[in-house]
Design a protein around this ligand. Structure first.
Ligand code: PBG
Length: 332
Protein backbone atom coordinates (compact mmCIF):
# COMPACT_ATOMS: atom_id res chain seq x y z
CA UNK A 1 0.00 0.00 0.00
CA UNK A 2 1.39 3.42 -0.92
CA UNK A 3 1.08 6.14 1.60
CA UNK A 4 -1.04 9.15 0.81
CA UNK A 5 -2.50 12.15 2.58
CA UNK A 6 -2.54 12.77 5.52
CA UNK A 7 0.63 10.68 6.10
CA UNK A 8 2.20 12.31 3.09
CA UNK A 9 2.28 16.08 3.08
CA UNK A 10 4.48 17.49 0.31
CA UNK A 11 4.32 20.94 1.85
CA UNK A 12 6.59 19.69 4.70
CA UNK A 13 9.63 19.98 2.41
CA UNK A 14 8.69 23.49 1.37
CA UNK A 15 8.48 24.91 4.85
CA UNK A 16 11.87 26.65 5.12
CA UNK A 17 14.11 28.42 2.61
CA UNK A 18 17.12 26.39 3.79
CA UNK A 19 15.29 23.11 3.31
CA UNK A 20 13.98 24.24 -0.08
CA UNK A 21 17.55 25.01 -1.11
CA UNK A 22 18.65 21.51 0.00
CA UNK A 23 15.99 19.68 -1.99
CA UNK A 24 16.24 21.90 -5.07
CA UNK A 25 16.79 19.71 -8.14
CA UNK A 26 18.07 22.29 -10.60
CA UNK A 27 20.52 25.06 -9.87
CA UNK A 28 21.72 27.67 -12.35
CA UNK A 29 25.38 28.60 -12.46
CA UNK A 30 27.23 31.21 -14.52
CA UNK A 31 29.28 28.29 -15.94
CA UNK A 32 26.14 27.20 -17.78
CA UNK A 33 25.95 30.38 -19.85
CA UNK A 34 27.33 31.28 -23.25
CA UNK A 35 26.88 34.96 -24.11
CA UNK A 36 26.30 35.74 -27.82
CA UNK A 37 28.12 38.87 -29.04
CA UNK A 38 28.05 40.79 -32.33
CA UNK A 39 31.21 42.26 -33.80
CA UNK A 40 31.64 44.67 -36.68
CA UNK A 41 34.44 46.81 -38.07
CA UNK A 42 35.41 50.22 -36.71
CA UNK A 43 36.67 51.59 -33.41
CA UNK A 44 34.75 52.60 -30.33
CA UNK A 45 31.49 51.24 -31.80
CA UNK A 46 28.74 50.46 -29.32
CA UNK A 47 25.42 50.45 -31.20
CA UNK A 48 22.63 49.24 -28.98
CA UNK A 49 20.28 46.82 -30.78
CA UNK A 50 16.84 48.41 -30.43
CA UNK A 51 14.91 45.17 -29.94
CA UNK A 52 17.58 43.66 -27.65
CA UNK A 53 18.25 46.21 -24.88
CA UNK A 54 21.67 45.81 -23.26
CA UNK A 55 23.08 44.07 -26.37
CA UNK A 56 25.26 45.91 -28.86
CA UNK A 57 27.02 45.71 -32.17
CA UNK A 58 30.61 46.16 -31.02
CA UNK A 59 33.92 46.85 -32.71
CA UNK A 60 36.89 44.70 -31.75
CA UNK A 61 38.13 47.14 -29.06
CA UNK A 62 34.74 47.51 -27.35
CA UNK A 63 34.19 43.76 -27.71
CA UNK A 64 37.33 43.15 -25.66
CA UNK A 65 35.93 45.48 -22.96
CA UNK A 66 32.53 43.79 -23.03
CA UNK A 67 34.06 40.34 -22.64
CA UNK A 68 36.16 41.64 -19.74
CA UNK A 69 33.04 42.99 -18.01
CA UNK A 70 31.16 39.71 -18.49
CA UNK A 71 34.16 37.74 -17.26
CA UNK A 72 34.19 39.81 -14.06
CA UNK A 73 30.62 38.62 -13.46
CA UNK A 74 31.63 34.98 -13.98
CA UNK A 75 30.54 34.51 -17.61
CA UNK A 76 33.47 32.87 -19.39
CA UNK A 77 32.07 31.51 -22.66
CA UNK A 78 31.11 33.61 -25.64
CA UNK A 79 29.57 32.99 -29.03
CA UNK A 80 30.78 35.35 -31.73
CA UNK A 81 28.75 36.60 -34.69
CA UNK A 82 30.38 38.75 -37.35
CA UNK A 83 28.92 41.59 -39.36
CA UNK A 84 31.28 41.98 -42.33
CA UNK A 85 31.74 45.31 -44.15
CA UNK A 86 31.01 43.62 -47.51
CA UNK A 87 28.96 40.58 -48.54
CA UNK A 88 29.12 38.34 -51.60
CA UNK A 89 26.89 35.69 -53.23
CA UNK A 90 28.76 32.74 -51.69
CA UNK A 91 29.67 34.24 -48.34
CA UNK A 92 33.35 33.73 -49.02
CA UNK A 93 34.19 37.05 -47.38
CA UNK A 94 33.93 35.02 -44.15
CA UNK A 95 37.15 33.17 -45.02
CA UNK A 96 39.44 36.20 -45.02
CA UNK A 97 42.33 35.88 -42.63
CA UNK A 98 41.62 39.41 -41.43
CA UNK A 99 37.84 38.87 -41.44
CA UNK A 100 35.92 40.48 -38.62
CA UNK A 101 35.46 37.32 -36.54
CA UNK A 102 39.10 36.32 -37.10
CA UNK A 103 40.22 39.75 -35.83
CA UNK A 104 37.94 39.45 -32.82
CA UNK A 105 39.25 35.97 -31.96
CA UNK A 106 42.89 37.11 -32.09
CA UNK A 107 42.21 40.18 -29.96
CA UNK A 108 40.26 38.23 -27.34
CA UNK A 109 42.84 35.45 -27.12
CA UNK A 110 45.64 38.05 -26.84
CA UNK A 111 43.77 39.80 -24.03
CA UNK A 112 42.39 36.85 -22.03
CA UNK A 113 44.14 33.65 -23.21
CA UNK A 114 42.60 30.55 -21.61
CA UNK A 115 40.44 32.61 -19.24
CA UNK A 116 37.75 32.85 -21.90
CA UNK A 117 36.22 30.14 -24.07
CA UNK A 118 35.41 31.31 -27.58
CA UNK A 119 32.69 29.71 -29.65
CA UNK A 120 32.07 30.76 -33.25
CA UNK A 121 28.75 30.57 -35.03
CA UNK A 122 29.52 28.89 -38.33
CA UNK A 123 27.08 29.97 -40.98
CA UNK A 124 27.12 32.01 -44.15
CA UNK A 125 23.91 34.05 -43.74
CA UNK A 126 25.78 37.02 -42.28
CA UNK A 127 28.16 36.98 -45.25
CA UNK A 128 25.96 36.33 -48.29
CA UNK A 129 24.47 39.32 -50.10
CA UNK A 130 21.10 37.51 -50.29
CA UNK A 131 21.08 36.58 -46.59
CA UNK A 132 20.60 32.82 -47.05
CA UNK A 133 22.86 30.34 -45.26
CA UNK A 134 24.84 29.26 -48.35
CA UNK A 135 25.25 29.84 -52.08
CA UNK A 136 22.08 29.52 -54.13
CA UNK A 137 21.07 27.11 -56.85
CA UNK A 138 18.07 27.28 -59.14
CA UNK A 139 15.55 24.53 -59.71
CA UNK A 140 12.70 25.20 -62.14
CA UNK A 141 12.97 28.94 -61.71
CA UNK A 142 13.01 28.97 -57.93
CA UNK A 143 16.08 29.58 -55.80
CA UNK A 144 17.24 27.47 -52.90
CA UNK A 145 20.43 27.01 -50.90
CA UNK A 146 22.86 24.62 -52.59
CA UNK A 147 23.56 22.13 -49.82
CA UNK A 148 26.69 20.46 -51.18
CA UNK A 149 28.27 23.68 -52.48
CA UNK A 150 27.89 25.15 -48.97
CA UNK A 151 29.82 22.37 -47.22
CA UNK A 152 33.42 23.15 -48.33
CA UNK A 153 32.91 26.87 -47.60
CA UNK A 154 31.62 26.04 -44.12
CA UNK A 155 34.56 23.71 -43.47
CA UNK A 156 37.00 26.40 -44.63
CA UNK A 157 35.26 28.95 -42.39
CA UNK A 158 35.72 26.68 -39.38
CA UNK A 159 39.39 26.09 -40.17
CA UNK A 160 39.96 29.83 -40.55
CA UNK A 161 38.28 30.47 -37.20
CA UNK A 162 40.23 27.67 -35.51
CA UNK A 163 43.48 29.18 -36.81
CA UNK A 164 42.48 32.56 -35.38
CA UNK A 165 41.77 31.06 -31.93
CA UNK A 166 38.24 29.61 -31.84
CA UNK A 167 38.00 27.04 -29.04
CA UNK A 168 34.78 25.46 -30.34
CA UNK A 169 32.94 25.73 -33.65
CA UNK A 170 29.15 25.73 -33.82
CA UNK A 171 27.65 25.22 -37.28
CA UNK A 172 24.13 26.67 -37.46
CA UNK A 173 23.19 26.41 -41.12
CA UNK A 174 21.24 23.13 -41.00
CA UNK A 175 22.96 21.78 -44.11
CA UNK A 176 22.96 17.98 -44.48
CA UNK A 177 26.47 16.63 -43.97
CA UNK A 178 27.83 19.83 -42.40
CA UNK A 179 29.27 18.15 -39.31
CA UNK A 180 31.14 15.53 -41.34
CA UNK A 181 32.53 18.16 -43.74
CA UNK A 182 33.69 20.33 -40.84
CA UNK A 183 35.19 17.43 -38.87
CA UNK A 184 37.27 16.27 -41.83
CA UNK A 185 38.26 19.86 -42.65
CA UNK A 186 39.44 20.53 -39.11
CA UNK A 187 41.28 17.20 -38.87
CA UNK A 188 43.05 17.71 -42.20
CA UNK A 189 44.12 21.22 -41.15
CA UNK A 190 45.64 20.00 -37.89
CA UNK A 191 42.78 20.81 -35.50
CA UNK A 192 41.62 17.35 -34.38
CA UNK A 193 41.00 18.65 -30.87
CA UNK A 194 38.65 21.49 -31.73
CA UNK A 195 35.18 20.22 -30.80
CA UNK A 196 31.96 20.73 -32.74
CA UNK A 197 28.73 21.92 -31.16
CA UNK A 198 26.13 21.30 -33.83
CA UNK A 199 22.94 23.32 -34.02
CA UNK A 200 21.38 19.91 -34.66
CA UNK A 201 17.70 20.64 -34.11
CA UNK A 202 17.24 24.18 -35.31
CA UNK A 203 13.74 25.22 -36.22
CA UNK A 204 12.50 27.73 -38.82
CA UNK A 205 11.31 30.10 -36.11
CA UNK A 206 9.70 33.49 -35.81
CA UNK A 207 11.67 33.96 -32.60
CA UNK A 208 14.83 34.91 -34.56
CA UNK A 209 13.35 38.29 -35.58
CA UNK A 210 15.49 40.62 -33.42
CA UNK A 211 18.68 38.64 -34.20
CA UNK A 212 18.33 39.35 -37.88
CA UNK A 213 18.46 43.09 -37.13
CA UNK A 214 21.43 42.57 -34.80
CA UNK A 215 23.42 40.52 -37.31
CA UNK A 216 22.02 42.33 -40.38
CA UNK A 217 21.29 38.95 -41.92
CA UNK A 218 17.61 38.67 -42.91
CA UNK A 219 17.01 36.61 -46.06
CA UNK A 220 16.30 39.04 -48.93
CA UNK A 221 13.61 36.71 -50.30
CA UNK A 222 11.70 33.73 -48.99
CA UNK A 223 12.46 32.16 -45.61
CA UNK A 224 14.64 29.37 -44.25
CA UNK A 225 12.07 26.60 -44.22
CA UNK A 226 13.85 24.51 -46.88
CA UNK A 227 16.74 23.96 -44.48
CA UNK A 228 15.59 24.74 -40.94
CA UNK A 229 13.08 22.40 -39.30
CA UNK A 230 9.31 22.60 -39.22
CA UNK A 231 8.27 23.69 -35.68
CA UNK A 232 5.64 20.93 -35.72
CA UNK A 233 8.18 18.08 -35.75
CA UNK A 234 9.78 16.12 -32.93
CA UNK A 235 10.72 12.68 -34.36
CA UNK A 236 12.57 14.49 -37.14
CA UNK A 237 14.65 16.31 -34.53
CA UNK A 238 15.83 12.92 -33.25
CA UNK A 239 16.94 11.99 -36.77
CA UNK A 240 18.79 15.31 -37.11
CA UNK A 241 20.60 14.79 -33.81
CA UNK A 242 21.40 11.13 -34.55
CA UNK A 243 22.98 12.02 -37.91
CA UNK A 244 25.06 14.82 -36.40
CA UNK A 245 26.29 12.52 -33.66
CA UNK A 246 27.19 9.90 -36.24
CA UNK A 247 29.09 12.55 -38.24
CA UNK A 248 31.14 13.46 -35.19
CA UNK A 249 29.30 16.20 -33.27
CA UNK A 250 30.72 16.43 -29.74
CA UNK A 251 27.73 18.35 -28.44
CA UNK A 252 24.32 19.18 -29.85
CA UNK A 253 22.00 22.14 -29.64
CA UNK A 254 18.27 22.66 -29.68
CA UNK A 255 17.09 26.07 -30.87
CA UNK A 256 14.98 28.00 -29.93
CA UNK A 257 14.64 26.92 -26.31
CA UNK A 258 11.34 27.94 -24.77
CA UNK A 259 8.86 26.60 -27.29
CA UNK A 260 11.04 23.50 -27.61
CA UNK A 261 11.58 22.34 -24.02
CA UNK A 262 10.13 18.97 -25.03
CA UNK A 263 12.79 18.62 -27.74
CA UNK A 264 15.53 19.48 -25.26
CA UNK A 265 14.28 16.81 -22.86
CA UNK A 266 13.90 14.21 -25.60
CA UNK A 267 17.38 14.94 -26.97
CA UNK A 268 18.98 14.67 -23.55
CA UNK A 269 17.17 11.42 -22.71
CA UNK A 270 17.79 9.82 -26.09
CA UNK A 271 21.46 10.69 -26.64
CA UNK A 272 22.82 11.48 -23.14
CA UNK A 273 25.24 13.97 -24.69
CA UNK A 274 26.21 17.44 -23.56
CA UNK A 275 23.22 19.40 -24.79
CA UNK A 276 22.93 23.12 -25.40
CA UNK A 277 19.82 25.22 -25.79
CA UNK A 278 19.65 28.63 -27.44
CA UNK A 279 17.41 31.07 -25.60
CA UNK A 280 17.02 33.16 -28.75
CA UNK A 281 16.61 36.85 -29.48
CA UNK A 282 12.80 36.87 -29.67
CA UNK A 283 12.50 35.08 -26.34
CA UNK A 284 14.81 37.69 -24.83
CA UNK A 285 12.99 40.61 -26.46
CA UNK A 286 9.59 39.49 -25.11
CA UNK A 287 10.90 39.45 -21.53
CA UNK A 288 12.55 42.86 -21.92
CA UNK A 289 9.48 44.44 -23.49
CA UNK A 290 7.09 43.12 -20.84
CA UNK A 291 9.48 44.11 -18.04
CA UNK A 292 9.83 47.64 -19.43
CA UNK A 293 6.07 47.96 -19.36
CA UNK A 294 6.05 46.87 -15.73
CA UNK A 295 4.02 43.77 -16.64
CA UNK A 296 6.44 41.19 -15.26
CA UNK A 297 9.30 41.06 -12.75
CA UNK A 298 12.33 40.79 -15.05
CA UNK A 299 14.70 39.15 -12.59
CA UNK A 300 12.21 36.59 -11.42
CA UNK A 301 10.94 35.69 -14.88
CA UNK A 302 14.43 35.50 -16.40
CA UNK A 303 15.76 33.17 -13.73
CA UNK A 304 12.60 31.06 -13.98
CA UNK A 305 13.01 30.76 -17.76
CA UNK A 306 16.70 29.84 -17.54
CA UNK A 307 15.99 27.33 -14.78
CA UNK A 308 13.25 25.73 -16.87
CA UNK A 309 15.64 25.33 -19.82
CA UNK A 310 18.18 23.63 -17.58
CA UNK A 311 15.51 21.50 -15.90
CA UNK A 312 14.38 20.34 -19.35
CA UNK A 313 17.86 18.90 -19.88
CA UNK A 314 20.16 21.61 -21.18
CA UNK A 315 23.70 21.58 -19.82
CA UNK A 316 24.56 24.87 -21.51
CA UNK A 317 22.38 27.85 -22.32
CA UNK A 318 23.16 30.43 -24.97
CA UNK A 319 21.47 33.53 -23.66
CA UNK A 320 21.48 37.31 -23.98
CA UNK A 321 20.50 37.37 -20.29
CA UNK A 322 23.89 35.89 -19.30
CA UNK A 323 25.38 39.00 -17.67
CA UNK A 324 22.20 39.95 -15.80
CA UNK A 325 21.61 36.39 -14.67
CA UNK A 326 25.21 35.97 -13.50
CA UNK A 327 24.90 39.21 -11.51
CA UNK A 328 21.64 38.10 -9.92
CA UNK A 329 23.03 34.68 -9.05
CA UNK A 330 26.02 36.36 -7.38
CA UNK A 331 23.70 38.55 -5.32
CA UNK A 332 21.87 35.43 -4.20
C1 PBG B 1 22.60 32.06 -38.18
C2 PBG B 1 21.93 32.16 -36.86
C3 PBG B 1 20.67 32.70 -36.54
C4 PBG B 1 20.59 32.68 -35.14
C5 PBG B 1 21.78 32.12 -34.68
N1 PBG B 1 22.57 31.79 -35.74
C6 PBG B 1 19.62 33.28 -37.37
C7 PBG B 1 18.83 32.47 -38.29
O1 PBG B 1 18.98 31.26 -38.42
O2 PBG B 1 18.01 33.09 -38.99
C8 PBG B 1 19.45 33.19 -34.31
C9 PBG B 1 19.81 33.58 -32.92
C10 PBG B 1 18.78 34.38 -32.19
O3 PBG B 1 17.65 34.63 -32.66
O4 PBG B 1 19.10 34.80 -31.08
N2 PBG B 1 22.18 31.08 -39.01
Amino acid sequence: MTAGYPTVRLRRLRSSPILRAMVRETELNANDFILPLFVRSGRGVRNEIASMPGNYQLSVDTLVEEVGAAKDLGVRSFMLFGIPPKKDPKGEVSLAEDGIVQQALRALKAAYKQDVYLVTDECLCEYTDHGHCGPLCETHGSFDVDNDATLPILAAQCVSHAKAGADLVAPSGMMDGMVQAIRSGLDAAGFPNVPILSYAAKYASGFYGPFRDAAESPPSFGDRSTYQMDPANSDEAMREVALDVQEGADMVMVKPALSYLDIIRRTKETFALPTAAYNVSGEFAMVKAAARNGWIDERRVTLEILTSIKRAGADMILTYHAKDAARWLKQG
